[in-house]
Ligand binder design. Structure first.
Ligand code: F6R
Ligand code: MG
Length: 385
């Protein structure tokens, strides 16, 4: 019997802006999942949040992309969104783009990371969820976890990891993917994933075909044809005995690397690893946050979680993130703090260009501007004469 882990998240509305999920919304979603557990649709569940994203962690035996499980998640989000509407929460129902559920949440608004596994006798997993950023934010940490021997000692000294891993990289603009082998094709991999807005690591496999990691890869803004929310990602990573150790899985997050998102989904900022209680990004709606929950999966049940970034060993990363936030914020509306126009989710650029279009001239034809002397200025000049 195989076990499926499904992590599905949606922004169904937030308390006081875009930074946290109301406890009543979490409770409403939990009630729906508890009922489904009783009825045998799922075997177990855990409800949490990162920032304004409600996260459903579910285990079952139905396989990935199953309509019952996706339908259940949809139901839970709808109930939570109803509560959000009653309470007048901000952007209630934001990610529930369609009223008609058609068997799968993919493309509707919620994001899903799912894997079907043959449970090992002991099956440690880490669930990551990030707010105010995009799926490509996991490119750098995934590279370090599964391909960088300076991060993951096991790649060098554990015979079970020594063969390396296969990365599945998706071009989110073309909806195409490619498998790249590491360490053989390391440089090709890096050539792609260094553009995290376009080339996103979706899955990582061991060379024997066993799945090691999966990321939710959705481009909400493209799906809806307009901006409806940064596609804050979730990720599942398997750990230990033949996979990277939990400590190797967490190690990349000691470096709060710059990711796209933050205020209005239009700024670069450091990804700060935090315990769930601190997953409430308020400074300039950020900086972007990531949480990590450790579980054991046993007979399709969830044991845990342990809040893995609730460790003083990540204090320094948080301090660095704050320093970087101070530094980069001082750029205000300038790139590279503000994103490239093609990546911005809010923009006035087309209107500004439209308004200025007749005033744009060939550079050589630009006249010296005729500026009226203000009376005060001419007065001052006279006084000096
Ligand atoms: C970014 C985010 C927030 C909002 C910002 C403006 O992903 O959720 O930074 O973009 O608070 O929100 P609105 O446009 O709803 O006033
Ligand atoms: Mg969010």
């Amino acid at each position: 019997q195989k076990t499926t882990i499904s992590v599905i998240k949606a922004d169904i509305g937030s308390l006081a802006g875009h930074h946290t999920v109301h406890p009543d919304c979490m409770a409403a979603a939990s009630r729906v999942l508890a009922e489904a557990k009783k009825n045998g649709v799922i075997n177990d569940f855990y409800v949490t949040h990162v920032g304004d994203d409600l996260i459903l962690i579910m285990t079952h035996t139905k396989g990935v992309d199953h309509p019952d499980v996706h339908g259940l998640a949809w139901e839970a989000f709808k109930k939570a969104a109803e509560v959000a509407k009653e309470l007048g929460l901000y952007a209630a129902g934001q990610d529930l783009l369609s009223d008609a559920f058609s068997g799968n949440v993919r493309g509707l608004g919620p994001a899903a990371a799912e894997m079907e596994i043959e449970e090992r006798p002991s099956e440690p997993i880490v669930i990551f969820a990030a707010d105010k950023t995009e799926p490509g934010a996991f490119n750098l940490p995934l590279y370090k976890i599964f391909a960088d021997p300076f991060n993951t000692a096991g790649l060098v000294i554990d015979p079970r990891l020594h063969d390396g891993f296969v990365f599945e990289v998706v071009d989110v603009f073309e909806d195409k993917g490619v498998h790249l082998n590491t360490p053989e094709e390391l440089y090709d991999l890096l050539a792609l994933i260094g553009t995290p807005s376009r080339y996103v690591i979706r899955r990582v496999f061991r060379k024997d075909g066993k799945i090691a990691a999966v990321v939710s890869v959705e481009r909400l803004n493209l799906i809806a044809g307009k901006y409806v929310g940064k596609d804050d990602p979730v990720m599942i990573v398997r750990a230990q005995s033949g996979f990277p150790a939990v400590g190797e899985v967490l190690e990349p997050f000691t470096f709060p690397h710059l990711v796209a998102g933050w205020m209005r989904g239009s700024h670069n900022g450091p990804l700060m690893p935090v315990p769930v209680r601190d997953a409430r990004p308020t400074r300039f709606d950020g900086p972007p946050r990531v949480i990590a929950l450790g579980f054991q999966v046993k007979n399709a049940k969830l044991v845990g979680p342990s809040d893995l970034f609730d460790d003083p060993a990540f204090d320094e990363a948080r301090r660095t993130a704050n320093k970087v936030a101070d530094y980069i914020r001082r750029h205000g509306p300038f790139m590279p703090h503000r994103l490239d126009p093609s990546e911005m989710e809010y923009t006035t650029l087309p209107q500004v260009l439209e308004r200025l279009k007749d005033r744009f001239k060939p550079v050589k034809d630009l006249p010296v501007p005729k500026v009226k002397h203000s009376e005060m200025l001419s007065g001052a000049e006279e006084a000096h004469d």
